[in-house]
Design a protein around this ligand. Structure first.
Ligand SMILES: *Cc1c(COP(=O)(O)O)cnc(C)c1O
Length: 346
């Protein structure tokens, strides 16, 4: 009944979204703090308005606000129903059956799912132990390269400068910088957009702006690239409420920055405590950390945490089973996590 590729592929497995609210939920990198009050105010007004009518197809209000914030033109911005949708749109626009799509691994496993849907071929280039950009990525003949930066699940950042060679070696290939976590980092790739027409920067309002529930993503790139991506999107891909809320959030970046400062402080304290407990923790530039016990399967620790009401993420793959990915919650939540973790790993 279905395409052979679809019968054969695995679906993406998202982190659990339990109905039970009593969990300390540190598994899907949501922000523990609420969005700007301006968002709630704008939503309140929008609900009373014209839900009867379709939204603007290019989400103009949000598109223009994003362009202003990032010092670009509206033509350089595509708004998506989350940056996951924008990743799907990029694949739809670039990947033919058997096309090669390269990315450093371990990384966001949705890339594999999206490549499979189009019958493309994923080229996995392993990160070196220090999670710098792998040299081999430069040499790949893939027509699409994706770098998650900061990377999930490692939390590490490759310096934007190291994208330069990747972009210049083959100007005909598209390079996607998935910057879902970049507001928590010290640097980003925005400046490279001015010189390179084969770069797409993806942002999301899910993490730093505390709006995961509304599904708002942004693709930033050259006008020619944004036009091509827009051709293959759904006509009304972003709903009216998300457009209004996203624009309000971007009008108040200070609110987001305040939350980010708190989360970065908590992240650094959490990292120190985990290291004292004997975990290896790569330096995180995101709102989560990867806590590793080389050679030890942490599946049972994940299960033990869950039984005691603390949800984190464990990936049961050979290269990640010795690690837990832990979202930086409030200091209270981190306190609970550390206490329970201490009981489990001694
Ligand atoms: C969370 C995340 C996304 C998706 O963000 P949404 O805007 O919520 O769809 C994309 N890429 C990475 C690496 C992420 O962690």
């Amino acid at each position: 009944m279905f395409r052979r590729i679809v019968e054969a592929m695995e679906g993406y497995v998202p982190g659990e979204q339990p109905r039970d609210r009593r969990y300390v939920k540190l598994n899907t990198n949501e922000n523990p703090y609420p969005p700007s009050p301006q968002v709630l105010e704008a939503l309140h007004d929008a609900v009373a308005e014209n839900l009867r009518l379709y939204p603007r197809p290019m989400a103009d209000e949000l598109r223009e606000r994003a362009a202003r914030l990032y010092r670009l033109q509206p033509e350089n911005v595509l708004v998506g129903n989350g940056s996951d949708e924008l990743l799907a749109i990029v694949m739809r626009a670039c990947v033919d059956p058997a096309s090669r799509v390269a990315y450093p691994v371990p990384t966001y496993s949705l890339y594999d799912t999206l490549v499979s849907i189009h019958g493309g071929q994923a080229v996995h280039v392993p990160f070196p132990p220090d999670f710098s950009l792998p040299e081999a990525l430069l040499e790949t003949d893939a027509k699409l390269v994706i770098v998650c930066n900061p990377n999930s699940p490692s939390g590490t950042l490759v310096p934007p400068e190291s994208f330069r060679a990747l972009l210049e070696r083959r100007p005909s290939r598209l390079v996607v910088a998935d910057e879902a976590y970049v507001d928590f980092a010290d640097a980003n790739c925005l400046d490279l957009l001015r010189e390179h027409r084969n770069l797409v920067v993806l942002r999301t309002l899910s993490k730093s702006y505390s709006l995961a529930g509304l599904r708002i993503g942004l693709a930033l790139g050259a006008e020619r690239v944004i036009e091509a991506l827009a051709k293959v999107k759904d006509s009304y891909n972003v709903n009216r409420l998300s457009i209004v809320a996203g624009a309000a959030a971007l009008r108040d970046p200070r609110w987001m920055e305040g939350n980010v400062r708190r989360i970065r402080r908590s992240r650094d304290a959490l990292t120190r405590r985990l290291v004292e407990m004997g975990f290896e923790v790569p330096p995180s530039q995101a709102n989560f950390v990867l806590a590793r016990r080389p050679g030890q399967d942490l599946g049972p620790v994940y299960e033990g945490l869950k039984r005691r009401g603390v949800l984190v993420r464990h990936f049961p793959t050979p290269d990640l089973r010795d690690a837990l990915r832990i979202t930086v919650g409030t200091d209270d939540e981190i306190g609970v996590l550390l206490r329970v973790l201490g009981q489990l790993v001694g």
